[in-house]
Design a protein around this ligand. Structure first.
Ligand SMILES: Nc1ncnc2c1ncn2[C@@H]1O[C@H](COP(=O)(O)OP(=O)(O)OP(=O)(O)O)[C@@H](O)[C@H]1O
Ligand SMILES: [Mg+2]
Length: 458
């Protein structure tokens, strides 16, 4: 207990304090103003000038608790803000972050450990330099702050995110003896507010791609259609034989245009949600089976059979059933289109040699195979090994692009192996879904589990 001769300050024990979860609040001790001031013990002595009356102590305590309430309100606003916010001091250390920032950039080190530098979470040079300029009060930045666009790949993610940081100077944030509350130094800090532009950028890119690809691919069937329409309304207007010949071709070209639009739309839909991992637990065999059975008739038209092999006791995977069905449909459809007539296609569902505990679905055909130089480009939009042949079998060149995006969204792996003259194997590897927490059937069972756990710990 410290006694200043007027009233007492009692250090608050850290575990007693209210804001224990805060990363930097307890670097300096808090004090509680307590009890009657010291002059009460000097009974009879005249009160000195400067003595503080109990009334003033009461006012101070009230003011302090009002400030604490205000502070916890402000902290709640920061914590509930859905977008990442960081506060960086003049040394470039992160003195404050909110849960959204921790989700994106990772957790702060535990209290007692050195703080993270902004450069540890953010490798982008322009953003770091802007933060430094702003916090040091560069003439331009001190007025309006800085705005920097950059890309960032969170730990474990497979795709970059497009972020925009607005960096504003926070003058006086590091002020006063409450260094622990407001930061370490008397210098200003910088507020780095991050907005995720990934969806917006992706949508912009998709729009641009869609216009370029679609117009290019639609032009051919459209030109054919226009040519026939011109002929049928002109020279062949009274020629029923020509009409009989041209109309099926026109129907085929119109169908091709419709398929192209459908494929482009499903591709853009999948791309938009690609970074959102599905949460539904699905049984892959229940998805592959119906797709394979539905395609047996089409296979039979080329004298082909589809052999389905499903291993027992396979784990479930986290997946979007409709997207996975489209993925397997595209692979089996390719096997039917590009394999030799009168051969068998094998669709095997088993365990994955690539992902521990995972599942692999292999679609194997006995076709011409694909030369090695094409393999890495097969999943590009509109890439075809043999353009003429693909067109002849009504291919749009989007099937494997859709497959790749669905696999990406499921955080899986697509493997293509092929031997020219022998055939190809397209394998999709998917990780097993994590086991859901087992719910005890009864209270007794729950108690039993707890008792066993305690015994194990002891
Ligand atoms: N099993 C396969 N055997 C041989 N070549 C294949 C096989 N699967 C795909 N290809 C080649 O890869 C190209 C791209 O396939 P993709 O599925 O993306 O497009 P597509 O089949 O031409 O059209 P779509 O699937 O949109 O109707 C095909 O044009 C074909 O040349
Ligand atoms: Mg295809």
């Amino acid at each position: 207990m410290i006694d200043d001769g007027h009233f007492a300050f009692e250090p608050v024990a850290p575990d007693e304090a209210r804001f224990v979860d805060h990363p930097f609040r307890f670097d300096a001790p808090f004090h509680r103003i307590s009890g009657v001031p010291a002059p009460a013990r000097r009974s009879g002595a005249a009160a000195r000038a400067g003595d503080v009356s109990p009334h003033v102590v009461g006012l101070l305590v009230d003011r302090l608790s009002a400030l604490e309430n205000e502070l916890s309100g402000a902290n709640a606003v920061l914590d509930l803000h859905p977008e990442p916010i960081l506060v960086v001091d003049a040394k470039g250390e992160i003195v404050r972050d909110n849960p959204a920032a921790r989700r994106l950039f990772g957790d702060a080190p535990p209290s007692g450990k050195p703080r993270r530098k902004l450069s540890h979470v953010l490798a982008d040079k322009a953003a770091l330099q802007a933060a430094e300029r702003v916090v040091r009060g560069g003439a331009q930045e001190s007025d309006g702050g800085a705005v920097v666009d950059f890309t960032f790949r969170p730990a474990g993610a497979t795709m970059d995110r497009h972020l925009r940081a607005r960096i504003e100077r926070l003058p006086g944030y590091g002020m006063s003896g409450y260094g622990a509350v407001y930061g370490d130094s008397d210098d200003a800090c910088a507020l780095v507010a991050v907005t995720d532009l990934t969806e917006v950028k992706r949508a912009e890119q998709l729009r641009a791609d869609f216009v370029a690809n679609a117009s290019h691919e639609l032009r051919t069937p459209l030109a054919i259609l226009l040519g026939f329409i011109e002929t049928l309304t002109g020279a062949a207007a009274d020629d029923p034989e020509a009409q009989q010949r041209f109309l099926p071709i026109m129907q085929q070209q119109a169908g091709r245009m419709a398929r192209l639009v459908d494929d482009l739309l499903s591709l853009s839909r999948i791309e938009l949600t690609e970074h959102a991992v599905p949460t539904e637990r699905v049984d892959i065999a229940e998805i592959v089976g119906p797709v394979a059975r539905a395609l047996t008739l089409r296979a039979a038209e080329r004298g082909m059979t589809i052999e389905l092999e499903v291993a027992n006791d396979l784990p479930r995977v986290l997946g979007e059933a409709d997207e996975l069905a489209q993925l397997f449909q595209n692979l089996i459809d390719n096997a039917i289109k590009y394999a030799r007539p009168d051969t068998a296609i094998t669709v095997a569902v088993g365990s994955s040699p690539r992902i521990a505990g995972g599942i692999a679905v292999r679609v194997k055909d006995r076709g011409e195979g694909i030369a090695k130089r094409h393999l890495s480009r097969l999943t590009e939009r509109f890439y075809r090994v043999d353009r003429q042949r693909s067109r002849a079998v009504s291919g749009t060149g989007l099937g494997l692009a859709i497959v790749k995006h669905v696999v990406n969204r499921h955080q899986g792996l697509l493997e293509i192996t092929s031997k020219v003259g022998k055939g190809s194997v397209f394998s999709v590897h998917l990780a097993p879904a994590p086991e859901p927490p087992a719910e005890p059937a009864s209270l007794d069972e729950a108690r039993g589990t707890e008792a066993r756990r305690l015994k194990h710990v002891a």
